[in-house]
Every structure is written in C-alpha cells, then in structure tokens.
Write a protein that binds this ligand. Structure first.
Ligand SMILES: [Fe+2]
Ligand SMILES: [Fe+2]
Length: 212
C-alpha cells in the first residue's frame, strides 16, 4: 500500500497554514503531555469550532458523492439521498425527518453492508431514538420491496414485529426510500437542505451512551 505524502502546504516541522491567528493552540504535540490548561484551552474553543464546522463537514461528506457514477440504478446515491429528502419535504415532514432522509444512505457505498448503522451513528447526536432505530434497520425493512432478489429474505423485518417503531420504519421505507431511484423526479438541491442541517447539528444530544 502506498502512503500518501504530506500535503504540499505543510512539510514536517512547518507550522500548519490551517492554524488561525485569532485562535490559541496547545503547545504539546502528544496527548500524553497535555496539562489541565491545555484541555481548558481546547474546551473553550470547541463550542465555536463545532458550530462552524459540524454541519459544514457533514454536508461536504454528502457533496463528495455528487459526481460519483451510478453502478446500476438510474440515479446515483447522492441523487437518491436528495430525492428521499425531497419526498419527506414535500410530504410536510419536520426538519429532523428531512435531514434524516438526506443522510440515510451517506455510507451506502463505503459501508454498504452496515450502512444503516453507519447513518444511525452519524446522526445519533442530533435525532430521536425513533429515527436512530429506523436508520439502523431500514435496509432490512427494504427487503420486503426486493422480493425478486435471489438472496434477500423479504420477511426479515418480522423479527422486529411489535416494536413501537416497526410501523414508522415500514412506512418510511415504503413511502420515501423505495420510490427514490426515479430519474423523472425533480430533486431539491443540497443548498435547500443546508440551513436545516445547520439548525439540527447546532444542538447535539449529550446522552450518547458509552459502548458496552
Ligand atoms: Fe439504505
Ligand atoms: Fe435509501
């Protein structure tokens, strides 16, 4: 495997051009050497940094897929995400549900095998438990709509029958996800959703559990 060289803008030992003049920087270059004052410095700047960067970087992660080729569907995954969010928007969905739709397949290409859990983890600090549950399982609920697939169990969702979010997830998949591979459908642009992403990402939950 080839290791990428350091970016041209910073050779080893040179100051990063990404250090901002109006910010302060911790001196130690290993976490082992950080003192309490260094953590206090970071904590004092984390809020404004997150406010400026979280939504921006999330949107850039999706935008990075805009020109990726589609591998068999008539639209690519980026358009599918826009189309799903557009359907929720047109259906009068709230901002959280629109943003959930926008990012539900963010990891469809890089993490196809567990892309529902990818999206659930990605959005967990910002959305309800119901949407986390739906995101984790949406690919399995989708199986019902792929009954002609030779390797898919269309009834795999039945293991969750009776869960309070079962019907919500089944409805979400049928109404917004399944039909959103249609090149004839007009999508809203990503910039339409950007202010919603910014608002949702402004207030992360602080009750994300530590893994067991
Ligand atoms: Fe999906
Ligand atoms: Fe999808």
């Amino acid at each position: 495997m080839q290791i990428e060289p350091l970016p041209k803008h910073r050779a080893a030992g040179e100051k990063s051009r990404l250090m901002k003049n109006d910010w302060s920087y911790a001196v130690p270059v290993s976490l082992d050497d950080f003192a309490a004052r260094d953590w206090a410095l970071l904590d004092s700047q984390r809020g404004p940094y997150s406010a400026a960067q979280r939504a921006k970087q999330a949107l850039e992660m999706l935008a990075a897929q805009a020109n990726a080729p589609t591998f068999g569907y008539q639209i690519n995954n980026y358009e599918h995400c826009l189309q799903t969010a557009t359907l929720v928007l047109q259906d009068g969905g709230g901002e959280e549900d629109i943003v959930v739709a926008l990012f539900h397949d963010l990891g469809f290409v890089t993490n196809n095998e567990n892309h529902g859990q990818f999206a659930a983890s990605f959005l967990a600090p910002y959305v309800s438990d119901r949407n986390v549950w739906m995101l984790e399982r949406h690919m399995y609920f989708q199986a019902l709509h792929c009954a002609t697939h030779p390797d898919v169990d269309p009834n795999i969702r039945e293991r969750w029958r009776g869960h309070p979010d079962f019907e919500y997830t089944a409805n979400w998949v049928a109404k917004y996800d399944v039909p959103s591979i249609n090149p004839a459908m007009e999508n809203a642009r990503l910039k339409t959703f950007a202010p919603m992403v910014e608002r949702l990402f402004a207030t992360p939950r602080n009750d994300i559990p530590i893994p067991k």
